[in-house]
Design a protein around this ligand. Structure first.
Ligand code: PGA
Length: 253
């Protein structure tokens, strides 16, 4: 099994004005120091991307956007394309977050187009998947993951030289303070890796990073990271405070 460098990613969602975002990024850069054992990403709102990019440019912290639109440009009022977020300094983009699926009607088909657009612009997509509480309770977790992975990654020419990142985020654990039990998380992650192996081959499956998301905090990160198929975390609420996010980044100590 190849070693996978962990990725700790912060999703700031619709929080922070421009001054708040730059202030948080500045503090984070100071707290993080020159960590090399993990990759670090923060995803502020679109309006703060370019400013935050300036602040983090000489640090190990990298930039991500929370969404994109699949066309490169055109008459699509209110949308933002992959080349635009690249020009604002992004290396990553979060795609198909459950809040986008739930509140903005995002579908697996749209997710598929967005992943393609991200790759065309040399962005690393962080593709979010995960079941609702009622889907879990009715035993549908694996079939939901099957559909999201199969349709989301359909006909994509994925190869091990530029792998996407997958984030498994059980919806019932997002922002609720409930974290999946370690064995539930490991089981879902191993299942996703198996799906990737079947669809794209063992080489990609062995290097693809699968992040866990849903109420990750300083108090549970080490336990989650100890699991075989968890390669990092997508952190929402706990990424908003630089001190807390830095504690998560330094989980090994
Ligand atoms: P949370 O959010 O850490 O606040 O649960 C995670 C996410 O939505 O990515």
């Amino acid at each position: 099994m190849e070693s996978r460098k962990p990725l700790i990613a912060g999703n700031w969602k619709m929080f922070k004005t421009c001054p708040e975002a730059t202030d948080t990024a500045q503090k984070l850069v100071e707290l993080v120091g020159d960590v090399k054992s993990v990759d670090i990403m923060i995803a502020p709102t679109f309006t703060a991307l370019a400013m935050v990019s300036e602040i983090i440019k000489d640090s190990p912290v990298e930039l991500g956007a929370q969404n994109l639109y699949w066309e490169k440009e055109g008459a699509f009022t209110g949308e933002i394309s992959a080349p635009m977020i690249v020009s604002a300094g992004c290396r990553y983009v979060i795609i198909g977050h459950s809040e986008r699926r739930q509140f903005f009607g995002e579908t697996d088909e749209g997710v598929n187009k967005k992943i393609k657009a991200a790759f065309e612009a040399s962005l690393i997509p962080i593709v979010c998947v995960g079941e609702t509480e009622s889907e879990r309770d009715s035993g549908k977790t694996f079939s939901v993951l099957d559909k999201q992975i199969q349709e989301g990654l359909k006909k994509l020419n994925l190869d091990a030289s530029s792998p996407p990142v997958i984030a498994y985020e059980p919806i019932w654990a997002i922002g609720t303070g409930k974290t999946a039990q370690p064995e539930q998380a490991q089981e879902a992650h191993a299942y996703i890796r198996q799906l990737i192996s079947e669809d794209f081959g063992i080489e990609l499956a062995s290097i693809i990073r699968i992040l866990y998301g849903g109420s990750v905090k300083p108090g549970n990160i080490a336990e989650l990271m100890a699991l075989q198929d968890i390669d990092g975390a997508l952190v929402g609420g706990a990424s908003l405070k630089p001190e807390t996010f830095s504690e998560i980044i330094h989980y090994q100590k």
